[in-house]
Ligand binder design. Structure first.
Ligand SMILES: NC(=O)c1ccc[n+]([C@@H]2O[C@H](COP(=O)([O-])OP(=O)(O)OC[C@H]3O[C@@H](n4cnc5c(N)ncnc54)[C@H](O)[C@@H]3O)[C@@H](O)[C@H]2O)c1
Length: 386
């Protein structure tokens, strides 16, 4: 590996900032990656970000992301700020020649996502890489599911079901936050968690959504804010059905009011020769049915995805010593660093993030139009990745 240490700046130090810090801190302990330095953690409150920097292993803290991304000793900018800031920070960082990892969804609007993709494409020609944080691609069981599908073990995939269910808004007294305002979050359950499910459907099957039909619902229309009751301007729940390339159909449900469901991403894939099921709440497990076996022997087998043969797993513990949600971020940073080191484009790229954004937009358009089947705008997508 190269001698030069890659200086990292991370923007945002709350939920995702903490998860990414943990991954930056431990990635080199488990994977053979280029050396990095956790240089600077950026937030708005000087004291709070200084405290977080000390706790999470960052050498320094700062409150002005603009001056940080100009520094010569910063080579990578990791954006864990809310969606409304992604475009401005990512474009400025790419233009300053920094590799960028940005949390999902790529942006709040198609226009922002397109501008980010254009900046990423221009940066790539200068050897500057970029990636979106759809971290569930790095769940070993889902990476393995993708391999099984690509190897043809399911035959032709016809039907995928995905549900991403949470319940943190079941309580009508849960307070307002940036996640519940359209101008800061873009959308609600749709952009926040259906985006993960849509990315998974396309990633697992290698197919792209062509048409969407959607329903969005805000069950609790006002919530308590710092200055009294405020209007909630995003959806609590989203439903969508999709037609994809490969004559495939899929459905997605995303909810923040699914009482009793905490963070349940459920995925079922049905093909002519087999089927797979997965639930994030048991993320070390993949259920696989091989329909080429005699019918009397068929049945879902539970594969404990914890063998050194499984994706990412040879770096961790002896078999059966299960891993958790936080490991997906370590895997994500491992893959990002290897791509930066080899000069290859990491995936999911901003192009892929933009395509998910276009699917989200089609769902929203359909929902605003009595669920009319709506064509996903693929304008120039096919050539964008080139
Ligand atoms: N991959 C996942 O599973 C996952 C899970 C949750 C959130 N996310 C995504 O991560 C991103 C952040 O979400 P979160 O849950 O961490 O939010 P959060 O509210 O917990 O944290 C946001 C952080 O951004 C910082 N911030 C806001 N404005 C800033 C500014 N001007 N300068 C510097 N820092 C600023 C805040 O101080 C805070 O530290 C969003 O895009 C969200 O969709 C991804």
């Amino acid at each position: 590996m190269k001698d030069k240490r890659l200086g990292v700046a991370l923007i945002g130090y709350a939920f995702m900032g903490k998860a990414h810090s943990n991954a930056w801190r431990n990635v080199a302990s488990f994977f053979d990656v280029p050396a990095i330095e956790q240089k600077v953690l950026v937030g708005r409150d000087a004291d709070a970000v200084a405290e977080a920097a000390a706790k999470y292993g960052w050498a320094e803290s700062a409150t002005d992301w603009r001056s940080v991304i100009e520094r010569d000793d910063i080579h990578i900018v990791d954006i864990c700020a809310p969606g409304w800031m992604h475009a401005e920070i990512a474009i400025a960082a790419l233009q300053a020649g920094k590799h960028v990892l940005v949390e999902k969804p790529l942006a709040n609007t198609i226009a922002e996502a397109e501008a980010m993709t254009a900046a990423a494409r221009a940066a790539r020609t200068r050897g500057v890489q970029s990636m979106v944080g759809f971290n569930y691609r790095r769940v070993p069981a889902l990476a393995m599911a993708k391999d099984l599908i690509a190897e043809g073990r399911l035959g032709t995939v016809r039907h995928v079901r995905a549900a991403y269910l949470q319940d943190w808004l079941s309580d009508a007294e849960s307070p307002m936050s940036w996640r519940l305002r359209k101008e800061t979050a873009g959308s609600g359950a749709l952009g926040d968690i259906a985006s993960h499910a849509i990315d998974q459907i396309q990633y697992l099957t290698g197919q792209s959504v062509l048409e969407a039909s959607g329903v969005l619902k805000t069950f609790v229309e006002q919530r308590p804010g710092p200055k009294g009751m405020e209007d909630v301007t995003v959806d609590d729940t989203a439903w969508a059905t999709f037609w994809l390339t490969g004559d495939m159909g899929a459905s997605v449900e995303a909810s923040r009011v699914a009482t009793g469901q905490k963070n349940s991403l459920q995925i079922e894939v049905y093909g002519t020769d087999g089927a797979l099921t997965f639930n994030l709440e048991n993320l070390n497990e993949l259920n696989f049915l091989d329909a080429t076996l005699p019918v009397r022997e068929q049945g879902f087998r539970r594969i404990l995805v914890n063998e050194p043969e499984h994706p990412y797993m040879d770096a961790w513990w002896p078999q059966g010593h299960v891993i958790g949600w936080e490991h997906t971020f370590t895997h994500q940073i491992r893959d990002f660093l290897l791509a930066v080191d080899s000069g290859s484009a990491p995936s999911p790229s901003f192009e892929e993030g933009l395509q998910v954004q276009r699917v989200l937009s089609a769902v929203e358009e359909s929902a605003n139009n009595k669920s009319t089947l709506t064509v996903v705008d693929h304008k120039s997508f096919a050539t964008e990745g080139a």
